[in-house]
Ligand binder design. Structure first.
Ligand SMILES: *[C@@H]1O[C@H](CO)[C@@H](O)[C@H](O)[C@H]1NC(C)=O
Ligand SMILES: *[C@@H]1O[C@H](CO)[C@@H](O)[C@H](O)[C@H]1NC(C)=O
Length: 270
């Protein structure tokens, strides 16, 4: 009895699996877009990047397409970058006119095929769909600070509830998505040349030229390494350097004043 009842969900799962495989090729994105020559460049990129295969294997998706006049923002990049950008134009859910107009919230976050690649960083794989008070719908990357200026132009075609194709005004390029190797490490800052300069400046600093002599030594120390590696290059030694020549200059000055005074005194005595 127990074995019989527990087997039925398995049978159901098997039936669902079979039916889902049967409907896998319910649509053909390439031939769907072929009906619209204004999207031929976008369609060409789906073929070049082979993304059409993944799209055709999905069950419920929305493709955000741009026309041949707007595709320029994607073109001229390495195919790998184009592939990432294009995959960010495929929403892993079905959004047609009824569903988009029915959204009550000001904005929603949707998942794209780029998120499914597993290489997306932060919110790169998500889009922000927002509505203005006049009912216009905008798309943009969900990355913090990304522009939300890609406007819904028209509902191109749909096969409820499998695939919906929407035209947007401009391609969505998530910040950093076109970078081939985001893990590039910045070169380390140059080693400090502070101590020879510091020991040199007070000894060399002439009385009159003290402020001029300081600048070439102090300026590079204060600007580059301090900003790059605050832990290693603490500002204190820099401050000490600037103090040393000026205080020694002040000391030399007072010695000079004393010498002049001595001369005056001696001239009076003579
Ligand atoms: C999809 O459509 C394209 C263009 O019409 C065609 O070349 C291709 O063979 C089709 N793919 C499938 C799997 O039917
Ligand atoms: C989505 O876009 C709208 C409109 O620009 C903005 O108000 C909202 O904060 C954005 N949401 C996220 C999570 O970035």
């Amino acid at each position: 009895m127990a074995a019989k009842t527990s087997s039925s969900p398995l049978v159901l799962a098997a039936i669902l699996l079979i039916s889902s495989t049967a409907t896998t090729h319910a649509f053909n994105i390439t031939s769907l877009l072929e009906g619209f020559p204004e999207f031929s460049s976008f369609n060409g990129y789906l073929t070049q990047t082979e993304l059409f295969r993944q799209i055709n294997h999905r069950k419920t998706i929305t493709v955000l397409t741009v026309d041949n006049d707007a595709i320029g923002a994607i073109s001229g990049r390495p195919l790998d970058a184009i592939r990432r950008i294009m995959s960010n134009h495929v929403i892993l859910d079905y959004y047609d006119q009824i569903k988009l107009e029915g959204i009550k919230r000001r904005s929603i976050i949707v998942t794209t095929m780029f998120q499914a690649t597993g290489i997306a960083q932060q919110m790169q794989g998500f889009l922000n769909v927002s509505k203005t008070t006049d009912g216009s719908i905008y798309f943009g990357s969900a990355m913090k600070g990304a522009t939300q200026d890609s406007k819904l132009v028209k509902y191109v075609t749909a096969q409820p509830f499998d695939i919906s194709i929407l035209q947007i005004s401009s391609p969505i390029i998530a910040p950093g998505i076109d970078v081939i190797n985001p893990d590039l490490v910045r070169p380390p800052p140059p080693p400090p040349k502070k101590s020879p300069a510091g020991s040199k400046s007070p000894a060399e600093a002439p009385v009159a030229d003290a402020p001029v002599a300081e600048d070439p030594f102090v300026a590079p120390v204060a600007d580059s390494p301090a900003a790059d590696a605050p832990a290693e290059y603490s500002p204190e030694p820099v401050a000490a350097d600037t103090v040393t020549p000026s205080s020694s200059a002040r000391a030399s000055l007072s010695i000079g004043v004393a010498a002049v005074m001595g001369l005056i005194m001696s001239s009076f005595a003579a």
